[in-house]
Design a protein around this ligand. Structure first.
Ligand code: SF4
Length: 374
C-alpha cells in the first residue's frame, strides 16, 4: 500500500468532522497515553486541545529529553544554485517570479569557498539546496556537490528537487546522509493551484520521493508541509500520518519533521490559511506527542523571540547564521537572488550561547541513532 492509498483514507472532510467532534475528555485521554493513535493526534490538533497547551508542552519536553537528552544540533543551509524552471507561486526562485536579481550556479571553487566559510564557523552538518533546474543543475552536479561538501562536513543532507531511486543511490554513494523534501501541501487540489510549471507539478512523483530516498539508503528523511498553503490542522495531521508511514516502511532511516511557515512571499501570492504563533506551537506539541522519536528542525524563517520559546518544546535541530542565496557566505554579494527572507539574523556563536543559556548542549554534528546502530 503506497502512502497515497493511506492519505486518501483521511480526506479533509473526514478530518474536519473529526477535529470538530473532539471533546475535552478526548484530549485528556490522549494526553495520558504512552502510545498515541491517529485519533489521538487529531484530538491534540483540534480546537478542544487549545486550553491544554501547557500540559502538552510539559509532556513534549519530557519526551524530547527522554529521547534526545538536552542537545540541540546545529546545521547551516548552503545554496548551490538559484536556477529554477518550476513555477511555485509562493517562491522567490520561481521562473515566473519576475525577480531581476542574478541567477547563479556555484562552480566547484565557489562551493569550496562556501564550505570553508561554514566549516570555519564550526559547522559539521550542512544542507545543500538548489531550485528545480534538472538540465542545468543535474543529478551529477548535485552528487559532485555532495562529494565536495563531504570533504568539509561530517554530515551532508540535500533539499533539492525529487529524483529517481537510482539518483538517490548515487547521492548516498557520494556521501549523502539526509534528504529534506517538503510536500508543501498534501492537499491535492491546492497542490495543483500553487505548482503551475515544472516537474514539481507532478503530485504523485513528489509524494513518493522521500520513500524512494529511504529505499535508496538515505539515513535521515525530513518531511514537512509549507504552513499557510492549506488548513494547518489538516496538514499537520497528514504530516504525522506520513511520518508514521515512513517509520514503518523505511525503518532503517531516522525521521525528522520541519515546520516551514510562510511569512514572506511574492506579491502575486496571498497566504490563504495564515498560521499564528499559537497554532505553530500546537502543531509542534501535537506532533511531538505523536512522534516522540522524530527529530524536529527549526529554521531561521522564524523570529528570534519565537525560536527561543520553541526551543524547549521539542526542537532537536536548528539552523543558524543562514543565507538563502548561492554564494551567500563567502563568494557572492547581495545582487544574487535569495529564496526567502530570514527572520533570525543571529550568528552561529550567538545561537550556541543562547542554547547553553537555556540549559541545552549545542551539538555541531548529530550522529543519529540509525547511524550508530547500522
Ligand atoms: S519551491 Fe523550489 S521548485 Fe518551486 S519555485 Fe521555489 S525553488 Fe523552484
Amino acid at each position: 500500500m503506497s502512502f497515497n492509498d493511506v492519505i486518501t483514507q483521511w480526506d479533509e472532510v473526514k478530518l474536519r468532522g473529526l477535529f470538530q467532534s473532539v471533546t475535552d475528555a478526548d484530549v485528556r485521554a490522549a494526553l495520558r497515553k504512552d502510545d498515541r493513535s491517529l485519533r489521538d493526534l487529531a484530538a491534540l490538533l483540534s480546537p478542544a486541545a487549545r486550553p491544554h497547551l501547557e500540559a502538552m508542552a510539559r509532556e513534549a519536553q519530557r519526551l524530547t529529553r527522554w529521547h534526545f537528552g538536552r542537545t540541540i544540533a546545529l546545521y547551516a543551509p548552503l545554496y548551490l544554485s538559484n536556477l529554477c524552471a518550476a513555477d511555485c507561486v509562493y517562491c522567490g526562485f520561481s521562473v515566473r517570479s519576475e525577480n531581476k536579481e542574478k541567477r547563479v550556479t556555484l562552480k566547484e571553487p565557489e562551493i569550496r569557498n562556501e564550505c570553508e566559510a561554514l566549516a570555519a564557523q564550526g559547522f559539521e552538518s550542512v544542507l545543500l539546496l538548489t531550485g528545480e533546474a534538472p538540465r542545468a543543475v543535474d543529478p551529477d552536479y548535485i552528487a559532485r556537490g555532495i562529494a565536495i561538501a563531504r570533504e568539509y562536513f561530517a554530515s551532508v543532507s540535500v533539499e533539492v528537487y525529487a529524483v529517481d531511486q537510482e539518483d538517490y543511490r548515487n547521492y548516498v554513494a557520494a556521501g549523502l546522509e539526509g534528504v529534506t523534501l517538503y510536500m508543501e501541501t498534501y492537499h491535492r487540489p491546492t497542490y495543483a493551484e500553487v505548482h503551475l510549471e515544472g516537474e514539481k507539478a507532478d503530485y504523485d512523483y513528489r509524494l513518493d520521493a522521500i520513500e524512494r530516498a529511504g529505499r535508496a539508503g538515505v539515513r535521515k528523511l525530513s518531511i514537512g508541509a509549507l504552513l499557510g498553503l492549506f488548513d494547518w490542522r489538516t496538514e499537520a495531521f497528514w504530516t504525522g500520518l506520513h511520518g508514521r508511514y515512513l517509520q514503518k516502511h523505511c525503518w532503517q532511516s531516522a525521521l525528522a519533521i520541519s515546520f516551514p511557515r510562510l511569512l514572506h512571499h511574492p506579491d502575486r501570492f496571498q497566504i490563504r490559511d495564515r498560521v499564528g504563533n499559537a497554532d505553530l506551537v500546537q502543531i509542534i506539541l501535537a506532533l511531538r506527542l505523536f512522534l516522540p522519536e522524530a527529530g524536529f528542525n527549526l529554521s531561521t524563517r522564524e523570529a528570534p523571540e519565537l525560536r527561543d520559546k520553541l526551543l524547549p518544546l521539542g526542537v532537536t535541530h536548528m539552523s543558524a547564521g543562514s543565507s538563502t542565496r548561492p554564494g551567500g557566505y563567502a563568494t557572492r554579494g547581495k545582487e544574487v537572488l535569495e529564496q526567502f527572507e530570514i527572520e533570525d539574523f543571529r550568528s552561529p556563536s550567538e545561537i550556541r550561547d543562547l542554547i547553553r543559556s537555556l540549559g541545552y548542549d549545542p551539538v555541531w554534528k548529530d550522529y543519529d541513532r540509525a547511524f550508530d546502530t547500522a
